[in-house]
Design a protein around this ligand. Sequence first.
Ligand SMILES: [Mg+2]
Length: 189
Amino acid sequence: MSAKQFFNDLHQKFNDQVVHLNALDAAIGDGDHGATMLRGLSKAVAAEDAKRAKAFMRASGGASGTLFGLILIAIEGHLDTGTPLGSSLVTACARICDLGDVQVGDKSMIDALAPAVVALEHGDLSQAITAAAVGRDSTVALVARRGRAQYVEDGGKGHIDPGAVSVVIFLETLAETLSATSSDEKGMA
Ligand SMILES: [Mg+2]
């Protein structure tokens, strides 16, 4: 299995949702979240195998490019070399919290990622997606303690965090790629 299909699928998803994600970000930030992710993913799909997540990181740029890139490195390693997804995402989540100086409740990508990582330790990817979606939706009521959102009215309360939305898209796309790949392999058997 290769991460190539995953990055192609993810690029398509963000291409479809770029305007929506920019609009979510415009409510609490600078309105570029979708464009930033898409710029990184365009480079990832054009990169060589095993270098796609790092290509994303460089091309999307800035702090968020690095933080989302850490999740993509974990997924790429899992798909390309079979690295266990759960432990890789535990490491990625810890590094994001450290580098971003962010924790659960700050209204960020971590509100989706952290519960997904916990669910994955005790269950499967579909349970992780459910947990991530609950965490994503919880960001609507949260007051931001990090990023530009903390400076907008009420710390962005009432608006969903676009980074948390993207985390759920990552995990949903991974599940779709895995199920499409396994049905292809069954078809060939
Ligand atoms: Mg932004």
